[in-house]
Design a protein around this ligand. Sequence first.
Ligand SMILES: Nc1ncnc2c1ncn2[C@@H]1O[C@H](COP(=O)(O)OP(=O)(O)OP(=O)(O)O)[C@@H](O)[C@H]1O
Ligand SMILES: [Zn+2]
Length: 608
Amino acid sequence: MTRAGRDKFAQKSLGGLHRNIKQAKCLMVGAGGIGCELLKNLVLTGFGEIHIVDLDTIDLSNLNRQFLFGRQHIKKPKALVAKETASRFNPNTKLTAHHANIKDSNFNVAWFKSFTIVFNALDNLDARRHVNKMCLAADVPLIESGTTGFNGQVQVISKAVTECYDCTTKPIPKSFPVCTIRSTPSQPIHCIVWAKSYLFNELFGASEDEVPEFDHSEDTDNAQEIKNLRQEAQELKRIRETLGQPEFAQNVFEKVFNKDITRLLEMKDMWKNRKPPAPLSFTSLSRGSLSSCPSDQRIWTPEENLWVFCDSLDRLSLRILGLKSMGEDLLLSFDKDDEDKLDFVAASANLRSQVFDIGCQSKFNIKQMAGNIIPAIATTNAITAGICVMQAFKVLKQKIKDARMVFLSMSGDRGLITEPLRTPNPSCQICGVARLDFECDTSKIQLQEFIKVVLQDVFEYSPSISILHDKLIYDEEYDDNLDASFENLGITDGSFLTILDESDDDQPRRVNLIVQIKTRSPSEPEKSFVIPHRIDIPMKQAQPPSLDSLVLSGKDFGRNNSPHVSNEVEQSRKRKAEDTLDSNQEPSKKVKAEGEIIIIDDGYIEID
Ligand SMILES: Nc1ncnc2c1ncn2[C@@H]1O[C@H](COP(=O)(O)OP(=O)(O)OP(=O)(O)O)[C@@H](O)[C@H]1O
Ligand SMILES: [Zn+2]
């Protein structure tokens, strides 16, 4: 199609918006499942300029849904191949690819400022949070998106107008009480976590204390049982020393499926209201004689489980001995894509399920559960990417008030559910804030100097403050870092610090102050920082104003208020654990949005 022809159709369907789209310079972060679909949409819609950032290379497993890539591209950078393929869809779009991490320091606030709009097509909280912060600092609108299986979500974020990505807390990865996993499993997942995170690690890897799936918070309530469990683990370590000997598999089996279970049975109180476990005997279970691992699609018989248990233990033992003979690291870690490890975990989990009379699972299912895999669905990504562009239209039309939070879900009566955007959460650590650029020599300035000279003398903060740099680095009860330089605390050019006013509840508190660190220009080499001008830091509001009242006058959408978090430091502490989960917020209320950009109702889609 000629350049004029292509423009003619776009002009007709988009009207005045077409010019804004042609002039827009977009950034797309992530060229994976959503990113490939999104890039195709952006290019075909006629966006003028697009920068693509992705740190990864193409893997065989990406090809079923990341359609910009083919077999010939395996191991090549996603950003570069995405650019190459998409550039053929529309030669009018100027594409630039960056095979890099979006957190790299060259992607600074000034660089973000050069974009009209940013699209997130990422798969992890850490990068999402970073882009959220950068877009707020640069005051560039962000279209945030995520999918998990059949669920998808699109959120429009605009500084001071809408909630930011961090205004609501995100779910923490699931962990299980140690006692459920070690003593009283009741579901297949408990046995799978036991096999993967306890047994595998005790035999081949790190100790259970280092395992994130184990929640130790109830340990003090079960002190005696925890002591017993530790003793059991010690015994297993002794058996580990017989690795490579012919009786190794039998030793492990007798220990974990017989001796430990017999001990558990002696704790009669535990089984008053539960079905007691039934120990297994190695000698009375026939191992059978298979020549290879049975099918991963069906549930194995007890004999097959025993065969795979012994066979995979032999295979893993040989690997350990091989590594040992080469003087290499002896620790293995679980990897769902490693057949030997997966076979061992699948057979062990099923044998344990048998002991506790829990339904066994196929190896295929165990792989999904052990790897926390929710299959990525190409259609979910495609619909989500389409919604991203439609929401971007509203941003480019300067009609952010019309933008919606959109949820794609299989569970309700309607596939797409939309909500009005919410106003910023005044307690948000990231956007409920005042901002300050602070020039300093990060190798010289100490935390205490910053607190005393800048925060207390210039800004008149009381001693009741907390300082966060991703995690807590200072509060009144945690002063270990006072003598440390910014550099030693990992604070470098482009880093952000969040200052929280922790005054008593009956005192007015200031909104959070976000300090962006800039390495100092060399004009005043003798000083470690430039004293900033005082800015007014507003006080926190008790309740956020409703966005409806600001911009959606006259419409009653019946939305819930966001769960505003009162204790930000607590949130930050929790955050240490939350790093890898995907975004998966549920809609707070189903609403039909009339005159909206998309409504799916009885299978019919309306586009305005
Ligand atoms: N910090 C980052 N900087 C740049 N790109 C990132 C960053 N973090 C993640 N990404 C990219 O975001 C994309 C997310 O895509 P997607 O969710 O489809 O994941 P994937 O790795 O391609 O697939 P899967 O995890 O299912 O194998 C990936 O291509 C990944 O490389
Ligand atoms: Zn926020």
